[in-house]
Design a protein around this ligand. Structure first.
Ligand code: SF4
Length: 358
């Protein structure tokens, strides 16, 4: 295996554009977004920044205000699945969203320009940290990354290929913008090469995407944690996650009254699924109410005196935010496995492939 030290120094990815649906573009630089806004004849725009980029809000506001009338949304938003409230976006000509990549199969009701955030961190990776893969007999490596680390993923591909591995970034489905890209709600890039890959390497920081990929696959998953500069196997973490999760959701087995929640964010809206679940709940002899919400507030469900919630919006809410809720909050597949199929054999991750039209 190659022993040279690789250093990631990229600060800017090459420019690219995506025009997969009527209103979705990927812009990687502010100037390109301004050109696109000019082309669209936009005058009023809404800026959406994730919390991590809000410290730069004055700079962005100043840049766009030279040509456009700008409103900044201070509401929290989590991804390209969320363009805020119609009362706000209905009053502008276009949205500029920072930090995320387009979700191609969402039908946005107005032009949304995405300025992606790609990590430009310079990270030194010793190729020997991948030796555990060859020692385990793995030769075919599936590569995955969250959007911030797509450029680092390419560097990792070069290191692995240079070390003699076969490497692929799996083909994504129509919810995702790039091969190999993962979201907390979609691991299609992993599924597409599941028969080929011996294991996966997820380029990221933190564990969520690694655990998600491990839950979505029966092949071993490793996180290449760029903060720790370590390759971390996800099997133990995933086992611990599953133990915690089953302990939490099994409390729903005694539930009689269920709130079935549809999130009204444009990229999380699964009304058909929620309606189907309401029917399943009532067919089982329990009570269910169908609820719409733009924000999952525990106090609402407490007020409604429900025993459990089935949440059809972002799967990170029931999983990442479970401690916020006093009652069990299930994903749709968790509900199916506990109440419909009674199949506890393999945990099924809630993945969003497509949503209903709002
Ligand atoms: S549904 Fe959740 S995981 Fe998927 S894009 Fe939206 S915020 Fe991210």
């Amino acid at each position: 295996m190659n022993s040279a030290m690789a250093i990631f120094t990229d600060t800017h990815p090459s420019k690219c554009q995506y025009t997969g649906n009527e209103w979705g573009w990927v812009q990687l630089e502010t100037q390109d977004a301004i050109l696109k806004l000019r082309e669209l004849g936009a005058r009023k725009i809404l800026l959406q920044l994730p919390d991590g980029l809000k410290p730069d809000v004055f700079r962005y506001f100043t840049e766009f205000s030279r040509e456009f009338s700008v409103i900044v949304s201070s509401d929290p938003f989590y991804g390209a699945c969320d363009i805020g409230n119609q009362e706000v976006y209905g009053k502008v000509d276009a949205i500029v969203q920072l930090g995320h990549s387009v979700i191609p199969n969402i039908e946005y009701p107005l032009p949304v320009i995405f300025i992606e955030y790609r990590s430009g961190a310079s990270v030194e990776i010793d190729p020997h940290i991948f030796d555990v893969l060859s020692q385990s007999g793995y030769t075919k490596i599936g590569l995955l990354a969250s959007i911030q680390y797509m450029d680092h993923m390419e560097k990792v591909r070069q290191i692995l290929a240079g070390s003699g591995y076969q490497v692929q970034a799996g083909k994504q489905d129509s919810r995702m913008a790039y091969p190999g890209q993962v979201l907390g709600c979609n691991f299609s890039a992993a599924h597409s090469i599941s028969a080929w890959a011996d294991c996966y390497v997820v380029v990221s920081t933190g564990k969520f995407h690694g655990i998600g990929a491990q839950l979505a696959s029966d092949k071993p998953v490793y996180i290449l944690d760029l903060n720790l500069r370590r390759l971390v196997p996800m099997a133990d973490e995933t086992d611990q996650f599953l133990r915690r999760r089953y302990a939490r959701i099994s409390r729903a087995l005694d539930a009689h009254k269920f709130c079935v929640v549809v999130d009204t964010k444009i990229g999380q809206y699964r009304m058909k699924l929620a309606s189907h679940i309401v029917k399943q709940v009532t067919d089982l002899g329990h009570e269910a109410v169908l609820i719409t919400a733009n924000d999952a507030r525990p106090s609402d469900y407490e007020n409604m005196r429900c025993d459990a919630v089935i949440f059809t919006g972002c799967p990170r809410v029931p999983i990442d935010e479970e401690d916020r809720f006093p009652m069990p909050v299930l994903t749709p597949p968790e509900f199916q496995s506990l109440f419909v199929t009674n199949d506890r054999g393999r945990y099924v991750m809630d993945e969003i492939v497509a949503v209903d039209r709002l």
